[in-house]
Design a protein around this ligand. Structure first.
Ligand SMILES: NC(=O)c1ccc[n+]([C@@H]2O[C@H](COP(=O)([O-])OP(=O)(O)OC[C@H]3O[C@@H](n4cnc5c(N)ncnc54)[C@H](O)[C@@H]3O)[C@@H](O)[C@H]2O)c1
Length: 247
């Protein structure tokens, strides 16, 4: 039997990058994967290719920052699949700039998706998880939520926020059989980091002891572990997947 057979997993931001890798690995592990994103064509393509490979995928177009839409989709998912075992809060955006010049809308947009999105989904799945006395929640944070990053006050505050959210919620729901953890990736090859200038990429390589950037698969491996029964006694933790960039 595959390790996630009969599990139902929600992965936000699943149409590309790290979220896509997490969704594909969960489906390979036998889970029914609910893929959430705002990019319809890409999301349906990923869900289609999971299904074509023999996996179970259910694509849902939802903006994680829209509280009412999140509640509606979680209710629909629980009704359609009968359970929700895993939630991976992965959807994220950046709107970089120095704080002195940062527009209020750039602060709000990043906090709305990265932090409120995790609040929306976590709160919405809890009723089902508490009823089942089982659940696994993983928030995708970032190394910059631990070490800070000039030009990313909004983003790094949101990522420190999902770490604190995970730790606090872990304390609230531990007695109900639910674990809540965070994974903090370093520099991972993706659309988000492809957009960085060459000199910034070079500067990062210099401070990474493993001397290479990570892959979405590297982040997914840590997430799969935290979602698995092997991690049953791990909660409120931050697992760094950063090549040693910050330790
Ligand atoms: N790439 C890295 O180096 C890196 C490092 C640390 C942390 N992270 C984090 O990992 C996560 C995934 O990053 P990625 O590199 O794969 O980025 P990405 O931009 O490739 O993927 C992010 C996904 O989130 C989706 N999304 C954005 N806003 C949304 C919304 N409102 N509702 C639903 N979906 C939305 C996007 O459409 C996209 O599919 C993010 O939370 C990011 O902050 C990435």
């Amino acid at each position: 039997m595959k390790r996630f057979e009969s599990r139902v997993s929600i992965v936000t931001g699943a149409s590309q990058g790290i979220g896509e890798a997490i969704a594909r690995d969960l489906a390979d592990g036998g889970a029914t994967v609910v893929l959430v994103d705002v990019q319809r064509d890409k999301l349906e393509a990923v869900a289609g290719s999971i299904a074509a490979a023999g996996g179970r995928a259910d694509a849902r177009i939802v903006d994680v920052g829209d509280t009412a839409a999140v509640e509606a989709v979680v209710t629909a998912v629980a009704a359609a699949h009968g359970r929700i075992d895993h939630l991976v809060n992965n959807a994220g955006i950046t709107r970089d700039g120095l704080l002195m010049r940062m527009k209020e809308e750039d602060w709000d947009a990043v906090l709305r998706v990265n932090l409120k999105g995790a609040f929306n989904f976590s709160r919405a799945v809890l009723r089902t998880m508490i009823g089942a006395r089982y659940g696994r929640i993983v928030n995708i944070a970032s190394v910059v939520g631990l070490m800070g990053s000039a030009g990313q006050t909004n983003y790094s505050a949101s990522k420190a926020g999902v770490i604190a959210l995970a730790r606090s919620l872990a304390r609230e729901v531990g007695s109900r059989g639910i674990t809540v953890n965070a994974v903090a990736p370093g520099f991972i090859v993706s659309a988000m980091t492809d957009a960085l200038p060459e000199d910034v990429r070079k500067a990062y390589l210099e401070i990474i002891p493993l001397k290479k950037f990570g892959l979405p698969k590297d982040v997914s491996s840590a997430v799969q572990f935290l979602l698995s029964d092997d991690a049953a006694y791990i909660t409120g933790q931050v697992v760094s997947v950063n090549g040693g960039m910050y330790m």
